[in-house]
Design a protein around this ligand. Structure first.
Ligand code: BGC
Length: 351
């Protein structure tokens, strides 16, 4: 059990809000669990959080468990966006409203709302950071992507490409590790299939080990012209730390600029230590607040406020979208410590 609270919210006697998160193995979702717990400590609504541990079967089982406990609203971040359709359809069959959380569930009309960060903006911030820090031309650019089963991986790459492509086309960057991206380098806008071909080649599956192995393979086959001062698009912090370690240990790489996202505690330490260049801070407290706010609106019979729509392949999903913040050595203290997100004592070498 991870949720808490009295049952007093809906008065239905069952569970008010069921929350299903993808896996404890990726730091991001442990952050979400913590922030849900903090937000719900004094809540009148009963909640329960279950993890799917990277398995769509387990995810469906979790939804069924929560249905059997009488949940009124489901908040779910899918492991696999398309496969999760079956799980949310089970909830819909019971008349339970569904909120897709952070990751969009695709190819089903059994969704009511989507609460998310602006994921295209995340990718664009990563790409733009590399562009802003590029000096000279012919800079080797190593690209990495998230899991192909996660709709966000497409949105992140779409955003990154928007910023990077003009600078690949004009010779500032030279793509070091993707024939698929190289073949599309003159196209400013890629369709989903084209992004899929690049993501397929560069996927880390959100797994630091897979990221490490890929980076090692890439550096082993790269000649001296693809070393020196390099730029690296890493899709999130977990993979960024693994990829950074590989680049740092290659004597022919003199410097690397590398992106990330999530403001994982371990990556904040990497940024302080100069081992990771930036992260995109997604304030999970806001996402939790928005998701719970929506759930409570639904329970109370009110219409939740939305700010955008997302096409999930079957329907236009009404969404509430949150902005993101770029963090590097210059503003890490202001954004993450002074803001109260983390404690200074969690880190060493913070000025
Ligand atoms: C989330 C990221 C996270 C990644 C891996 C994405 O869907 O938006 O915050 O790093 O999944 O868990």
């Amino acid at each position: 059990m991870a949720g808490c609270g009295n049952d007093g919210g809906s008065g239905s006697g069952g569970l008010d809000v069921g929350i299903v998160l993808p896996t404890k193995d990726e730091t991001r979702w442990v952050q979400d669990e913590t922030r849900f717990q903090e937000a719900l400590a004094d809540s009148d609504y009963s909640t329960e959080i279950l993890f799917s541990q990277g398995s769509s079967a387990k995810e469906k089982e979790n939804v069924e468990t929560l249905i059997s406990k009488g949940m009124d609203v489901l908040i779910i971040a899918p492991h696999d966006g398309a496969a999760a359709g079956a799980a949310v359809e089970a909830a819909k069959d019971e008349g339970i409203p569904v909120i897709s959380y952070d990751r969009l569930i695709t190819d089903t009309d059994a969704l009511d709302y989507y609460v998310t960060f602006d994921s295209v903006a995340v990718g664009e911030a990563q790409g733009q950071y590399l562009v802003d820090n590029a000096e000279g031309d012919g800079i080797p650019l190593y690209l990495y992507a998230g899991a192909a089963s996660d709709n966000n991986a497409f949105l992140f790459f779409e955003g990154a490409w928007k910023a990077l492509q003009p600078k690949i086309a004009d010779g500032t960057f030279v793509i070091a590790n993707s024939s698929a991206a190289e073949g599309l380098k003159d196209k400013a806008e890629l369709d989903r299939q084209e992004i899929g071909s690049i993501v397929g080649q560069l996927t880390t599956n959100w797994d630091p080990n897979e990221a490490k192995n890929k980076a090692e393979t890439h550096l082993t086959s790269a000649g001296p012209d693809l070393k020196g001062d390099v730029s690296v698009l890493a899709p999130n912090d977990g993979t960024a730390r693994a990829i950074s370690d590989v680049f740092a240990s290659d004597g022919a790489v003199t410097s690397y600029t590398i992106t990330g996202q999530d403001a994982d505690m371990a990556s904040i330490q990497y940024i302080i230590d100069g081992k990771q260049t930036m992260t995109v801070f997604k304030d999970v407290r806001t996402l939790v607040e928005d998701a719970m706010g929506m759930a409570v609106d639904i329970i109370d019979g009110n219409t939740p406020e939305t700010t955008a729509t997302y096409d999930n392949g079957s329907m236009e999903v009404k969404a509430k979208q949150t902005d993101v913040i770029v963090v590097d050595q210059d503003n890490v203290k202001a954004e993450l410590i002074d803001s109260g997100y983390y404690e200074a004592s969690d880190f060493t070498g913070l000025e």
